[in-house]
Design a protein around this ligand. Structure first.
Ligand SMILES: Cc1cc2nc3c(=O)[nH]c(=O)nc-3n(C[C@H](O)[C@H](O)[C@H](O)COP(=O)(O)OP(=O)(O)OC[C@H]3O[C@@H](n4cnc5c(N)ncnc54)[C@H](O)[C@@H]3O)c2cc1C
Length: 304
């Protein structure tokens, strides 16, 4: 199905970009162009947009791009990224925060700390958005977003709004059973009062721990593979002598060998080839097939 680009531009003007360079939106700083990039300002605009492209379902949603490798051929479809209008935090009741899905985890963690709300400390270490955190069930230091979630507001790619309660969603390690054709718009989260100085202290310790154990200021999307049951992906990678492997300008962080890195000038294909190489070597050495935590989206350059 072909999209009527002139109609889209007429209707959505500045919220639509054709051939937008997606490398700007991934922490790897990699990826080709999106055929159509839509940055909606409101739920009404999303409904209108989805109605206009009716039956065109080659759509993906991007959050902060801190867990997503976009292929070199870009995405020959529609990429939806919520505009800053979806970045907000409202304390709607003493014990409930309503948070726009585009809000950065770190912003929310800081807001919670400043307002003596506990259990959001771990979010200070995760560089994504709340939408991404929910889709990935992100977490660290024994906490994860599902522990503080009450409900989410969503819209599917047909334009149907739906609210999911926490109990209707099955969360697992770095994932959920939420349908793929869904945009998370906002979330209600449990706000529990805590001791402000303890909250700040916890955040300080978490950030210091992360600095010690993980690289910073590099082009990476964090952990490439999930930890298999009772095992650490980084240990398996190290035991297979993969930590010094590279492919073109794609390499493995010296500080944390589950973090793959674009050293500058890598292609997404280089990263994918390195992923496959490491997977193969770990399989040969430990008989474990590593599962990706990273999301890979888009088209290879060969798809025409
Ligand atoms: C340095 C570094 C450290 C990291 N440390 C951790 C860590 O400690 N723990 C951890 O769990 N993760 C960690 N990550 C991974 C990453 O930050 C998380 O997975 C994060 O929650 C992803 O959020 P995002 O907004 O960047 O998602 P994206 O990468 O943009 O998207 C991830 C997935 O979520 C979907 N998605 C995003 N927003 C929406 C939305 N509004 N509606 C529907 N779907 C959506 C996308 O379609 C995609 O499938 C780290 C990454 C980096 C770079």
């Amino acid at each position: 199905m072909k999209l009527n680009k002139i109609k889209l531009l007429d209707k959505f003007g500045k919220n639509i970009i054709f051939k937008e360079d997606l490398s700007k939106y991934s922490w790897f700083n990699l990826g080709g162009p999106a055929e159509i990039f839509f940055k909606p300002d409101s739920i009404e605009q999303i409904i209108d947009f989805l109605g206009t492209i009716k039956n065109f379902h080659k759509i993906i949603c991007l959050g902060a791009g801190s867990n997503t490798l976009i292929r070199d051929g870009g995405f020959k479809g529609v990429v939806i990224k919520l505009s800053p209008k979806f970045s907000y935090i409202d304390r709607i009741e003493k014990n409930i925060l309503e948070v726009g899905a585009g809000t950065l985890d770190k912003t929310l963690s800081r807001f919670a700390a400043d307002n003596s709300i506990t259990n959001f400390e771990f979010l200070s270490c995760i560089p994504g958005s709340i939408g991404g955190a929910i889709m990935m069930n992100s977490g660290c230091y024994g906490d994860e977003i599902s522990n503080i979630l009450i409900s989410i507001k969503t819209i599917d790619f047909n334009g149907n709004l739906k609210e999911f309660k926490r109990s209707q969603i099955k969360f697992n390690y770095r994932g959920t059973n939420l349908p793929k054709d869904l945009i998370i718009l906002s979330a209600k989260l449990q706000a529990k009062t805590g001791d402000k100085s303890l909250i700040y202290e916890k955040i300080k310790n978490y950030i210091a721990n992360k600095k010690n154990s993980q690289p910073s200021q590099i082009k990476t999307c964090g952990s490439t593979f999930k930890n298999p049951k009772d095992k650490k992906a980084w240990e398996l990678i190290k035991d297979s002598n993969c930590n010094l492997l590279s492919f073109g300008k794609a390499s493995i962080s010296k500080k944390h060998c589950n973090f793959f890195v674009n050293e500058g000038g890598a292609s997404s294909e280089d990263i994918e080839k390195l992923i496959e190489l490491v997977r193969q070597k770990v399989l040969e050495k430990s008989n474990v097939r590593l599962e990706l935590e990273l999301k890979i989206v888009g088209d290879t350059n060969n798809n025409g």
